[in-house]
Design a protein around this ligand. Structure first.
Ligand code: SF4
Ligand code: MG
Length: 327
């Protein structure tokens, strides 16, 4: 059952050189209990898309439904309900925690904001939340600087869970952590998801973490989704050259680098003056003449698998090592 539905949402803003189309007509659905990953290079609009989806920022166009309610038309009461039921875990756990608040105060804050429980039940909830994320109760009286990066992110996750959400946006929740800690936090998120039936909108700049986390993946480029599919199809049979480039950039255990493709050369073009035709064409190794002229629409290539590439069906098969199955 769909809990969050985003249709043709856009966020444009004026700068001196023109109009930046930070998010330019993005649509997706998130079902209860599932993880949809939004993946793309920095600046592709994935964080902005997630904030639009929670209506933390106002869209320039498009619509948004949360649990069946049209949130673009919603009044204060519905907005408050959504604020409680849709939470966010930030990339930088240190910057997102108030350094002058104890952990108890931080975890209690959403309960106070939403008028949940009395003082005694809030204290009990703080202990419960700490235990849910694997921290001992005595940590409640401490301050953020007394914790490691991984512990701070556990606290950020506990805060997001405090008021009992249905949807959690995870905005690169492990990117700032040591590699050795990343797997622990990913496993914690997965465990909490299955316990509480949480739906995650999981943002990542590469496909490595997504492989362990996502049910479905949407790849973004210059403010648009260029490919979306269930994880298995996306990893085994990517139909957009940009997705292939992101896959090629995942470090592989194979020391010979067998079948490794090059990541896309150069940086993404400016979203102020995106290239005509396919926005990926200046970096695309498969581009043909029409790619510089015609914008490729997002088309269904196989059931549940969409891609925005003129050559989606014609791309060559992947080299063998690219075709490994996601775990
Ligand atoms: Fe490359 Fe052309 Fe496909 Fe764009 S439409 S991704 S330029 S092949
Ligand atoms: Mg971001």
């Amino acid at each position: 059952m769909t809990i969050l539905e985003v249709t043709d949402i856009a966020r444009h803003f004026r700068v001196s050189g023109g109009v930046v189309r930070a998010v330019d007509g993005v649509s997706f659905q998130l079902a209860r209990g599932e993880t949809l990953a939004l993946v793309g290079e920095s600046g592709c609009g994935k964080s902005t898309t997630a904030r639009l989806a929670l209506r933390l920022i106002e869209p320039s166009a498009g619509s948004l439904r949360f649990d069946g309610v049209d949130m673009t038309q919603a009044g204060t009461k519905a907005m408050r309900a959504m604020r409680r039921r849709a939470q966010i875990v930030f990339q930088d756990p240190y910057a997102s925690l108030n350094p002058r608040h104890t952990i108890a105060e931080t975890l209690e804050e959403p309960l106070l904001v939403h008028g949940i429980g009395d003082a005694a039940s809030r204290r009990a909830r703080v202990e419960e939340l700490l235990s849910l994320v694997g921290l001992a109760p005595f940590h409640a009286a401490r301050f953020p600087h007394e914790f490691s990066g991984g512990q701070r992110q556990r606290i950020g996750i506990a805060r997001a869970l405090s008021a009992g959400p249905d949807v959690v946006v995870c905005d690169e929740p492990v990117s700032a952590l040591d590699v050795s800690i990343q797997a622990q936090v990913v496993n914690l998120l997965k465990d909490l998801q299955s316990r509480f039936g949480l739906a995650y909108l999981f943002i990542a700049h590469d496909l490595a973490v997504v492989r362990h986390m996502a049910d479905r993946v949407a790849v973004m480029y210059l403010g648009r989704i260029v490919e979306q599919a269930d994880k298995r199809s996306l990893f085994a049979n990517p139909r957009h050259p940009y997705t292939r480039a992101l896959l090629a950039a995942i470090p592989r255990p194979d020391p010979a680098g067998r079948g490794r493709l090059s990541p896309p050369p150069g940086d993404p073009p400016s979203p102020i003056n995106p290239p005509p035709g396919c926005p990926f064409h200046p970096r695309c190794g498969f581009a043909v003449a029409r790619c510089a002229v015609d914008v490729p629409p997002l088309r269904e290539i196989a059931p549940g698998h969409v891609a925005a590439c003129h050559l989606a069906e014609a791309l060559p098969a992947l080299p063998p090592s690219m075709d490994d199955r996601p775990s």
